[in-house]
Every structure is written in structure tokens, then in C-alpha cells.
Ligand binder design. Sequence first.
Ligand code: DOR
Ligand code: ZN
Length: 337
Amino acid sequence: MRELLITLPDDFHVHLRQGPALAAYSRRSAEHFGRVLVMPNVVPPLSSARAMDDYRRSAEAHLAASGSGTRMLPTFKLVPGMGAEAVRACALAGAVAGKYYPAGSTTNAADGVPDPDSVQGELAAMEAAGVVLSVHAEDPGAPVLEREEAFLPVLDRIVNSYPGLKVVMEHLSTAAAVDAVRSWPARVGATITAHHLAFTLDDILGERLQPGFFCKPVLKAERDRTALVEAAISGSPKFFFGSDSAPHPPEAKRSGAAGCYSSPVAMPLLAGLFDQAGALGALEAFCAVNGARFYGLAANSGKLRLWEEAWTVPAELDGVEPLAAGRVLAWRAGRVP
Ligand code: DOR
Ligand code: ZN
């Protein structure tokens, strides 16, 4: 049996949600990750230092209860009219990133940003305070499979207008986005999810409809997936792991919600993928080194053990269908106590 010991990974993009489910999702993330950058698209949105801080306290309490030592990295949600002062207050309260959702682009984003010009003051305040701009880079007005590519000129404008702003293009899904991220300066990085690395549109639509793989941005073609894998195994410091784990209870999934509950299976999936690519040695950089460096953090001190052992992903975890439910994965993962 092959096994691998790596520095404990970070998840630089996760939805822990709110209410009763927050406890289970936090505990689950703590099983494999030392730090979690938690997305702010709860209701009401985290768009003030007060809201961010209240949410942080409840998430941190659940992480602490897990006994794992996993830390939360808080974010706020950019909304038009938020104001530069509120951005500065969030920065002082410990915000690591501010999230830009184009209005109407995904779950709870109706109140997002219609155009970068509507948040000029806020972006300038983030640039001055050293807060990372995290971007859901899709133009909701474009046809669904073209939304990411259609947003690239908008992101290019943001990157060029704020020369001191650090930017993360989240959950890359296309070869075009990989090329764009490579072409931008070093202060622009990107997260890649396990599901965009492992699956394509055919997993959703190829046979029977599989809503468990439905997320935003939608999974794309094989050539896109291949470009994402090349970026992830390349060792380039621009590319790092963010699960975009986005659990929805069954009734929400039935009514069409986008999001995959990926945090329980992401590390096993990644180990299998990197192994298939002959690049197991590059896994640690992708999920435990590059992102921490980008965010100016030291690597975690803990370790994650990965070992080769076939297992079937259960049909349900924490009341939710996990990503790849029913599929057999070749690797398992567990924190070294
Ligand atoms: O599939 C997604 N689900 N993509 C997002 O950007 C948001 C997320 C959610 O919050 O459900
Ligand atoms: Zn997300």
C-alpha cells in the first residue's frame, strides 16, 4: 500500500453555511484542512465588520469544538453602497479577503456587484488595506458555458486599474481562464476545485442527469479539465486549492441549487488525480504551500496522511449527498493526530 504524508492542507474557498448545519460542515472541513477561507454568501450577507465578526465567532466555536485546531479565515461580501469605511472596518476586524459576486451569478448573489465601477471606492480601500479581492468570475448575462470567458475582460480591467490589489480568480473552469491567470502579474492567483479537476459536463449530462455535479461555474469540456490539471500539477505558485464545497440539503438540490458538497472527498479525489498524472509529488505545493504563500501565511504545522485504499463514497453525509456519491475512490485521507 502506498502512502503519503504531506503538510496539512488549507481550503481557500469553502461555504460553511449558517444555522444548525454550520456545526457539521465545520467539523467535516476540520478533518482535512488546517485553515478554511469561508465564503460570505449567507443571509443576510457578511457586508459589515459586525456581521463578519458575529459569523466568525459562531464558525470558530464549531471549529474549536472539533478539537482540530483548524482556523477560520474570514471574508466579507462586497455589495454596492457598502462604502470604503466599512471595508476598512472589515480589514481591521481581520478580513483576509472580500468576495466579489457579479450580481445574479450564483447562490445568494442577487445583491452582488453589477459592474466594477459601482465598487470603485471599496476596491481602492481593499488595495490600500492589503485585503485580497476574491472573485466569482462569471458574467451571468452570457450563455452558461461562456460565462467565465466572458468575464475575463472585466477581471483584466480590475487587475489593471488597481495595481496594488491582490486578486484570486476563484474556481477556474476553463482553459481560457488558466491562460489568463498565467498572463497576469504574480499578485493574481487562482483556486481550482477537486470537481473541476476530476469531472466534466458529461458527468452531469452524459447519461442520467446527475445534479450532484451541478455547480457554478458549470463543469466544462475535457480540454478544459486537462488544462486545469496541468495548472494544478505545474507547481506554479499562482494555482492553489479551494474546494468550493457548497452543500445544499436534498430539497434545495431537487429545486435546482448549484453546489457540490466536496470537502469530505476533495483530498482523496486530488490524491487519485495527481497519482494518475504521475504527479503525487506536486500535491503538497498545490494544496498546502502555494495558497498559504499567496495569502502571506506560514504553512500549517500539522500533517495529512493519504493512503491507497479503495472505498465507496457514501450516498449521504451530514444530511447531504456528497460529491461523487456512489463512486469508488482509490485513496483515503486522514489527519495525523
Ligand atoms: O456552485 C456554487 N455554489 N457556486 C457558487 O459560486 C456558490 C455556491 C453556493 O453558495 O451554493
Ligand atoms: Zn463558492
